[in-house]
Design a protein around this ligand. Structure first.
Ligand code: 7TS
Length: 411
């Protein structure tokens, strides 16, 4: 009998990721560094290959067949990203190198235009450095003030404290949707609605969220949203900025050059329409084209099915790791994605990472580009296991065994 709900077949999915099928130091690879970057399925690798083998050409400028095909494929990715986050218009999707560049774009254009001396920008304690430093640079330049939403010991932002920070001086609230170090899913809708009461604009850092959650920028009513392809099973070097059309239209360009202009003379340049106004120079065509294959792959399997499976991994991993004596999970929010950050009493996180690697297990160790947050927890860093759709409970068992070995070595 045919089943109506899609079946999640992790063994079949693993076949699509050739990199997983290898040994490291003689042990089968366990890849638990997905929050840093995810692995790429065959359709993505094939899309890259196909682009360079059969239609590499510069886009938007040529009238020859290859240029037209490359342009069509590049623009098809824009439409796919638009649908994936439910933006209203394709012009609202600007391609960038990733989340970092997208945040810098907003800080340098919208920020410079709208944040003045005495104004305030609000971020949270759990931001990635890429959602701290651009705002800090802006505040320094303008004489504005950076305010920080505190978090609880569980790793949740304190909404009442956030409300106290808001005022007529608040121009921007920039918040991570899902924390890369804690896994926390922030209550972004409440944050956005409160900010809008004060006329502030909200940027959501969706670098981690986009691959795990259903994203609807219209329902959220965020003003800006950023994402990175490489954390979504797509290639590195490409990401996107979503911005509400009227905001993007009012913003000055970010970089000057080809593509972003309408007409250039030595006296005056007029700028291109959206989205090209923000896409100066030849973009990363190949990776952008292949990014579509990554989103198509996620859509084919089904985001909710993937999320359900990853949640199972999170619950299983949390339970298993909690049994290890001396291990403390950093980040115990009620709403989490499949990230488990932890410290082990008396053992440096770097040693944990090195020993796990000798057993073929890849985790990330350190501050994960969230140094102020580590400071908040009074630790230099953590070891972090982050799960993707191709991970398994057996791999988590391997991690647990590995951690027992680590502990033995330091006993
Ligand atoms: N924001 C968050 C929440 C992130 O996790 C990252 C990357 C970025 C922004 C920056 O994204 P990029 O694509 O521009 O680099 N996070 C990580 C990580 O957790 N480990 O390595 C990179």
């Amino acid at each position: 009998m045919e089943t109506l709900t899609p079946v999640f077949d992790v063994a079949a999915i693993r076949q699509d990721f050739p990199i997983l099928n290898q040994t490291i130091h003689g042990k089968p690879l366990v890849y638990f560094d997905n929050a840093a970057t995810s692995q790429k399925p065959l359709p993505v690798i094939q899309a890259l290959n196909e682009y360079y083998r059969s239609y590499n050409a510069n886009i938007h400028r040529g009238i020859h067949t290859l240029a037209e095909k490359a342009t069509a494929q590049y623009e098809a990715t824009r439409e796919t990203v638009r649908q994936f986050i439910n933006a209203a218009y394709r012009e609202e999707i600007i391609f960038t190198r990733g989340s970092t560049e997208a945040i810098n774009l907003v800080a340098a254009t919208f920020g410079r235009q709208n944040v003045q001396a005495g104004d305030e920008v609000i971020i949270s304690t759990m931001e990635h450095h890429s959602n701290i430093v651009p705002w800090q640079m802006l505040c320094e330049e303008k004489g504005a003030t950076l305010k920080v939403i505190p978090i609880t010991d569980e790793g949740e932002i304190i909404l009442e404290e956030y409300e106290k920070l808001l005022s007529e001086r608040t121009k921007v609230v920039a918040l991570v949707y899902v924390s890369n170090s804690l896994g926390t899913i922030n209550p972004v809708k409440e944050v956005i609605d409160l900010a809008h009461k004060y006329g502030a604009k909200v940027l959501l850092d969706g670098a981690q969220a986009t691959v795990h959650l259903d994203i609807d920028v219209q329902a959220l009513d965020c003003d800006f949203y950023v994402l990175s392809s490489h954390k979504m099973y797509g290639p590195t070097g490409v990401g996107a900025l979503y911005g509400k059309r009227e905001l993007l239209e009012a913003m000055p360009p970010y970089q000057g050059g080809g593509e972003m202009i309408k007409e250039v003379s030595f006296e005056k340049t007029t700028y291109n329409e959206l989205p090209y106004k923000f896409e100066a120079g030849t973009p990363n065509i190949a990776d952008t084209v292949a990014f579509k294959a990554a989103i198509d792959y996620i859509n084919k399997i089904g985001k909710s099915v993937i999320a359900e499976y990853e949640h199972e991994l999170l619950a299983y991993g949390t339970e298993a790791l909690s049994q290890i004596e001396g291990l403390r999970i950093i980040g115990q929010a009620r709403e989490k994605i499949s990230v488990i950050s932890f410290v082990i009493k008396g053992i440096h996180h770097q040693d944990v990472g090195i020993i796990l690697d000798t057993q073929g297990i890849a985790v990330r160790t350190g501050h994960h580009c969230t140094q102020p947050m580590m400071h908040r927890f009074g630790i230099p860093g953590t070891s972090r296991a982050s799960f993707a759709m191709y991970n398994t409970k057996e791999e988590i068992d391997r991690l647990v065994q590995g951690l027992h070995k680590v502990k033995k070595m330091f006993a």
